[in-house]
Design a protein around this ligand. Structure first.
Ligand code: TRP
Length: 334
């Protein structure tokens, strides 16, 4: 008899603010694509989260479409996985309200992202910015996710999601799966090209600091040529050579070569040759994604169909969880 083993569930989300960087791609999104083979994956463009910081509506709309299309262009399969826009499933906001009644003011006050963001936007410290982690907990818990791929900066939020799940389960019985962080074995950590001690960020004010996955070939090569390195001349992975180390990890990630192979390849050559090679290899790696993105961007109808399919699949999955929660807290489910 054939044994049916259900796959573990994965949930992750990405904000539609700005185009993903090479760092987002190599550090996270590339894994989202790979995980589809072994897990039941749900990926969300978290537009509800993005309005905790003031957005221009026309730009936001464009960015949601772009982010969603890019996910597909990178290889997220809308049939095999669930790829949806968060605001298309109203149950996220509904569960977030309920969970907010099981989350303490003190817990939310301790979130470092809240502290950082409110220091950065002192004119708009809104309640959504404060309860942001509750919405994130709702995202994850609604899907009964086993694993959540997140970067270092989201670990505290995931920890809080776990605390909320455990607290709720302690009161009402087994309602939520308590999610674990998913840390890939080989996640590339990509730094800024201008300050290699800092993470590559899509919100960096210096446009030369980050590569967008939609940058054209010339722009990519130009940015790599300007990358900050050191006064040494040998292409070698070593302590204190943050700039070169970063370029090596990018080159390794886009070509699959090991550090040893890279050191050999550039033995006797200078930084100039190396930077050019990293630029070219990165451009080559992104070219097929960009071509597929261009094709999808011209087919709005298809993208809309995928969004609808994703929203329906998402809604169907989360309805079970939300109804259970409603019953547990004493609401009348009709
Ligand atoms: N807060 C995450 C970020 O900014 C995005 C996000 C929202 C998320 N909901 C999520 C990530 C659920 C993982 C799981 O990167």
């Amino acid at each position: 008899m054939e044994e049916v083993i259900s796959k573990k569930r994965i949930f992750s989300g990405i904000q539609p603010t700005n185009t993903p960087t090479l760092g987002n791609y190599l550090g996270a999104l590339i894994n989202w694509v790979k995980l589809q083979d072994d897990y039941e994956c749900t990926y969300s463009i978290v537009d509800l989260h993005s309005i905790t910081v003031r957005q221009d509506p026309a730009k936001l709309k464009k960015q949601i479409l772009e982010s969603y299309s890019l996910l597909l262009a990178m290889g997220v399969d809308p049939e095999k996985s669930t790829a949806f826009v968060q605001s298309h499933n109203c149950q996220h906001a509904e569960l977030a309200w309920i969970l907010s009644c099981y989350t303490q003011f003190g817990e939310l006050s301790r979130m470092t992202q809240f502290k950082d963001k409110s220091a950065k936007h002192p004119e708009n410290i809104n309640a959504g910015l404060f309860t942001y982690p509750v919405l994130m907990a709702a995202d994850i818990l609604l899907y009964q996710a086993d694993l959540v791929p997140v970067g270092q900066d989201q670990k505290q939020h995931l920890e809080l999601s776990r605390d909320i799940a455990v607290r709720f389960n302690n009161i009402y019985g087994d309602v939520f799966k308590v999610p674990d962080p998913y840390i890939p074995k080989t996640a590339a950590k990509i730094a800024s090209l201008q300050d290699p001690t800092k993470k590559m960020s899509k919100s960096d004010e210096n446009p030369n600091a980050s590569i967008s996955v939609l940058d054209d070939r010339d722009t990519i090569i130009r940015k790599f040529k300007r990358a900050v390195t050191d006064s040494d001349t040998v292409v070698k992975y070593a302590e204190g050579k943050d700039g070169i180390n970063n370029l090596m990890s990018i080159y390794s990630a886009v070509t699959g070569k090991t550090y040893e192979e890279i050191e050999k390849e550039f033995d006797g050559k200078g930084y100039g040759d190396f930077k050019l090679a990293v630029g070219e290899a990165t451009a080559d790696r992104l070219a097929p994604i960009q071509a597929e993105y261009a094709r999808l961007a011209a087919d709005k109808k298809y993208i809309e169909e995928c969004m609808k399919l994703g929203a329906e699949k998402a809604f169907k999955t989360t309805r079970k969880t939300l109804q259970k929660v409603y019953k547990k807290v004493g609401f009348i489910v009709i």
